[in-house]
Structure formats: structure tokens, C-alpha cells
Write a protein that binds this ligand. Structure first.
Ligand SMILES: NC(=O)C1=CN([C@@H]2O[C@H](COP(=O)(O)OP(=O)(O)OC[C@H]3O[C@@H](n4cnc5c(N)ncnc54)[C@H](OP(=O)(O)O)[C@@H]3O)[C@@H](O)[C@H]2O)C=CC1
Ligand SMILES: O=C([O-])CC(=O)C(=O)O
Length: 255
């Protein structure tokens, strides 16, 4: 028999709302957002209790905290969450581009017997990219194209606005390129990123090219933006909903 997993939502914006609306197998018991009105508003769609104080939120009777807030929120709260005995699901994985922070959180998770899970988010192929950890991949390139509005820009023609490494890209675009850091963590390769703003596209397009001992791969996802936040692909919310649904599954599919 399965028991409901009890979660707390850190971040009650677009993804938080989609989790509340479509969740399966989990109960939302606690909600926290930097803007308390957002937690209050989301509490009306689920039975969770909104908290204004983070420490009180963390004391709620829950198994894990689902972060759908920001890179800053992960950097600020991850350690405290793990030390409090809760697991974490992290959407704003860009926080882990800071190597020192990543190592510290990993050590704390080991010490406290906790897990930090990173969903595939807005890309496909993240699980297979993990073969890079055993030397199977030589190079990973991520080419992302979004409408300028998703990037907070006003442009009239397609423009390359970043070309470089994932760690530098997430610092410049913390709300738009978490996927580049997820790919870096999965593959163990410092991912090359090309970011384009194109007023002619109405999707968030991620093209991944991988080359290695296995051969080569080209994966393109043309994501529909979330209704409430065009920077975030709807696929990212589906990915976290699926992870939540499978948390207690005894048979695990995918690398
Ligand atoms: N891994 C992946 O593939 C993907 C990751 N993401 C990331 O997931 C996160 C959530 O996305 P989404 O729901 O669309 O974002 P939204 O901006 O719609 O919602 C985030 C909410 O969290 C709040 N928030 C921000 N910082 C904090 C904090 N320090 N403490 C508490 N609340 C905070 C925001 O407030 P305010 O508006 O005031 O900042 C907002 O209400 C983002 O960081 C996004 O970049 C998104 C897509 C794909
Ligand atoms: O949702 C997307 O397309 C990607 C995104 O915002 C991110 O990785 O931060």
C-alpha cells in the first residue's frame, strides 16, 4: 500500500500552481513564497497551510521540500532544509553551478542521509547524458532559442545574446538556463551554450548535440511556454509532476 508523500512548496508561482493543480500521489502540506500573497493564493487550490516565516514552514510535518522559486532561494535554504531532515527537489538547479556550494550541499546530504533530486526539467535526454560520467561523451552543446520577451528583452530580429559556458550563462540568465546546469551535472561535461533571442518564435527551443564513444545525438525540444511564465516551459512542470508521481515506485525506469 502506498502512503501519500507530504510535500512543502518553496515558491508558489507558475510551477507551484501547476503542481497544486495536477499533482498525483502527493499532498501539499505547507507553502512558502517570498511574496506571502502568492502562498495565500495557492493555499486556496490545495489544503496546504501558507507560512510567512520560513523556519515555521520548515517545521511542518512533511517528507520533502519542492523548490520552484529561484537560484537565490536554493542557495539560501538548501542547507537548512537538508539539516532539518527533509529531502529536496530542486528546479532552480543553476545554484549548483557554484562548485563550492554544490560540494557543500552534497556533503550535508550524505551526512544527514538525505537526497536532492533534480528533475529533467525543460529538456529531454538528461538521463542518457549521464553516460558522460563514465567517459561516454566528449562534448555537449546546448543551443537555446526563446522569444525576447521570455528573456526580458525587446528585439526585432534574431540575435545571439550569449555564447560560452553553462556556469557563466546561468549567472547572466538565472531564470532561463537552468537546463544548461542540469546538463552539466548529468553529463559531467562543461556544457557549451549558445543562447538566441528570436521574436519569430513562440516556443522555448532547446537543441542538444552530444558526441562521444556511443556515437552522436541531436535532440530538439520545442517547448510550449507556461501560461503564467513564458520563460518556463510547460514541460518543466510536467517533469516535476512525473518525478513526484514516481517517488515511491519500486521499479525505476531510465538511467
Ligand atoms: N530545471 C529546469 O529545467 C527549469 C527550471 N526552472 C526554474 O524553476 C523556478 C520556478 O519557475 P516558475 O515557477 O516558472 O517561476 P515563477 O517566477 O513563476 O515562480 C517562482 C516564485 O518563487 C518566488 N521566489 C523567488 N525567490 C524566492 C525566495 N528566495 N524565497 C521564496 N520565494 C521565492 C517568486 O517570487 P518573485 O516573483 O518575487 O521572484 C515567485 O513567486 C525558477 O527558478 C525557474 O528558473 C524553470 C524552468 C525549467
Ligand atoms: O523552461 C525552459 O525552457 C528552460 C528554463 O527556463 C530554465 O532552464 O531555466
Amino acid at each position: 500500500m502506498y502512503t501519500m508523500i507530504r510535500i512543502g512548496l518553496l515558491g508558489c508561482g507558475n510551477i507551484g500552481h501547476l503542481i497544486a493543480k495536477y499533482r498525483e500521489g502527493v499532498e501539499i502540506v505547507a507553502l512558502y513564497d517570498i511574496l506571502h500573497e502568492r502562498a495565500l493564493d495557492l493555499a486556496t487550490c490545495c489544503n496546504g497551510r501558507p507560512y510567512q516565516d520560513f523556519d515555521e514552514f520548515l517545521n511542518a510535518d512533511m517528507d520533502l521540500v519542492v523548490e520552484a522559486a529561484s537560484v537565490r532561494a536554493v542557495m539560501r535554504y538548501a542547507e537548512q532544509i537538508l539539516v532539518s531532515g527533509k529531502d529536496m527537489i530542486v528546479m532552480s538547479v543553476g545554484a549548483f553551478s557554484d562548485q563550492e556550494f554544490y560540494s557543500r550541499i552534497r556533503e550535508i546530504a550524505i551526512e544527514h542521509h538525505r537526497k536532492v533530486r533534480i528533475p529533467s526539467g525543460a529538456v529531454m535526454g538528461l538521463d542518457n547524458a549521464k553516460i558522460g560520467q563514465i567517459g561516454g561523451i566528449d562534448r555537449v552543446l546546448l543551443r537555446t532559442t526563446k522569444n525576447p520577451k521570455s528573456l526580458g528583452l525587446e528585439l526585432t530580429e534574431k540575435t545571439e545574446i550569449f555564447h560560452g559556458r553553462a556556469g557563466d550563462c546561468i549567472r547572466a540568465f538565472p531564470k532561463n538556463l537552468n537546463v544548461s546546469v542540469a546538463l552539466t551535472l548529468a553529463s559531467g561535461k562543461d556544457v557549451d551554450v549558445e543562447l538566441f533571442a528570436d521574436p519569430a518564435v513562440d516556443r522555448n527551443i532547446h537543441e542538444i548535440t552530444m558526441e562521444g564513444k556511443f556515437g552522436d545525438a541531436y535532440i530538439r525540444v520545442r517547448n510550449i511556454p507556461s501560461p503564467d511564465n513564458p520563460a518556463t516551459s510547460y514541460l518543466a512542470a510536467l517533469s516535476i509532476l512525473t518525478l513526484l508521481k514516481n517517488l515511491d515506485e519500486p521499479i525505476v525506469v531510465g538511467t
